[in-house]
Design a protein around this ligand. Structure first.
Ligand SMILES: NC(=O)c1ccc[n+]([C@@H]2O[C@H](COP(=O)([O-])OP(=O)(O)OC[C@H]3O[C@@H](n4cnc5c(N)ncnc54)[C@H](O)[C@@H]3O)[C@@H](O)[C@H]2O)c1
Ligand SMILES: [Zn+2]
Ligand SMILES: [Zn+2]
Length: 404
């Protein structure tokens, strides 16, 4: 079968590989019809999240049709249309039972003290083969698959695999509630869903920050007040918009590949921190390999959460959903401490939220397909990765069609 395989930093290929098989009675094999490319995949190709194993199939967002189930999977059968949750749980341990699927005790083959399990990810995250492939093995299929009614198309469903539950989780852990003023840092696909979810959870105002005008336009269309950090100092702009108080809640939807401002008043301040950012990047990601203008890591890994901490109101809450690797030891703890901030973070507990989000899509309350801006056949997947890596205008979310 065809699959996108990680061979090394800056080196992914469309390979022909062996099809997966049922390995455990709790497994299913799913024929993927639609997959997607995520900002998380970019961290692995850029090398800013280390620990990937050469030969691993990447991708963790998928929709498909059940091909085969193991004997302990009682809720699905061959032919069922399903959504695959990017984050995996066993559905039986005490963590899963209390909703912390991302901290499942049993699913990670490398032990219970390793990180959240998801497809196409480093050893710490279980090294499960990913979903940018014609077929995939789903562990603990009873918990990690969700039946799709015929009324929900692949396009409507694919954002529910990861980016919508992540954005929603961001609003939950940032403790967004009625009347709050929320700052969402980063307007990539995850940030867009963080904006939408903040409003769903009662935010009165959402201020969205990014350096790309096309992404800000989309956030504005969702109702956000927008700030371009390449045109104004975002901290000053946010304080100005909130009469000097700052937002109650902030969501970091950027992660380790954060960029520094390249123009405008914030650029001068950022230039003074160039050496510091370079040193942070060297320690966090010792192995990067930008070439031919591609796979360039973000040049300021601490920029987004530093701005978030600086601009938050006293006693505010920061929810971090942008991904940072275990090698990252930099956080403005002193500033956060002195403002009595609450900091929550982590990988989304997707199986906890997917049923509720699916219901909202089915009832027509939310139209997640609007975020899917690109549809590419699998044969063009590498070119699609390159465009998404460059954040080419208009390229917000790429869906891969596995059927063509
Ligand atoms: N926690 C989870 O479960 C989970 C799940 C999925 C994705 N993620 C993470 O969410 C993050 C976003 O994912 P995505 O697919 O939207 O990626 P993306 O790369 O498309 O989006 C990141 C956005 O942040 C913007 N940005 C860069 N530097 C910035 C700064 N200093 N301030 C404000 N904005 C800045 C970029 O211009 C871009 O629009 C990634 O780190 C990804 O790994 C986390
Ligand atoms: Zn993803
Ligand atoms: Zn579990």
């Amino acid at each position: 079968m065809r699959a996108v395989v990680w061979h090394g930093v800056g080196d992914i290929r469309l390979d022909t590989v062996t099809e997966p098989k049922i390995e455990q009675p709790t497994d299913a094999v799913v024929r993927i019809t639609t997959a997607a490319i995520c900002g998380t995949d970019l961290h692995f190709v850029r090398g800013t999240v280390p620990g990937m194993k050469p030969g691993l199939i990447i991708g963790h967002e998928g929709v498909g049709v059940v091909e085969e189930v193991g004997r302990s999977v009682r809720n699905f059968r061959r032919g069922d249309r399903v959504l695959l949750s990017a984050v995996l749980g066993c559905g039986s341990c005490t963590y899963c039972r209390s909703g912390y699927f991302a901290q499942c005790d049993d699913i990670n083959p490398y032990g219970r003290r390793t990180g959240s399990a998801f497809y196409g990810a480093p050893r710490d995250n279980g090294s499960f083969d990913g979903l940018q492939a014609e077929y995939a093995r789903v562990p603990y299929a009873h918990t990690n698959l969700f039946r799709l009614p015929d009324s929900i198309s692949d396009d409507q469903a694919i954002p529910l695999s990861d980016i919508y539950p992540t954005g929603y989780f961001g609003a939950v852990i940032a403790e967004v509630s009625d009347g709050d003023v929320v700052a969402v840092w980063g307007c990539g696909p995850v940030g867009q869903f963080a904006v939408l979810s903040s409003f769903q959870r009662g935010a009165a105002r959402v201020i969205a920050i990014d350096g790309h005008a096309d992404r800000l336009d989309r956030a504005q269309a969702l109702g956000a007040e927008v700030v371009n950090f390449n045109e104004e100092d975002p901290v000053e702009a946010i304080l100005d918009l909130t009469r000097g108080i700052g937002p109650d809640r902030a969501i970091d939807a950027v992660g380790v590949d954060a960029e520094s401002p390249k123009s405008g008043p914030a650029a001068a301040r950022a230039r003074e921190q160039d050496d510091q950012h370079r040193e942070e990047l060297r320690q966090i990601a010792p192995e990067t390999h930008a070439h031919n203008g591609h796979w360039k890591p973000g040049d300021a890994p601490t920029q987004a959460h530093s701005w978030a901490v600086e601009s938050l109101a006293k006693a505010g809450t920061l929810g971090i959903i942008g991904v940072y690797p275990p090698t990252d030891r930099f956080f403005p703890i002193g500033t956060a401490m002195n403002k009595n901030l609450t900091i929550n973070m982590g990988n989304g507990n997707h199986p906890r939220y997917i049923p509720k989000l699916l219901e909202m899509v089915e009832s027509g309350v939310v139209h997640p397909q609007k975020m899917v801006t690109q549809h590419e056949p699998m044969r063009d997947v590498l070119a699609a990765y390159e465009e998404f890596d460059l954040r080419r205008p208009g390229w917000l979310k790429v869906a891969l069609d596995l059927t063509s």
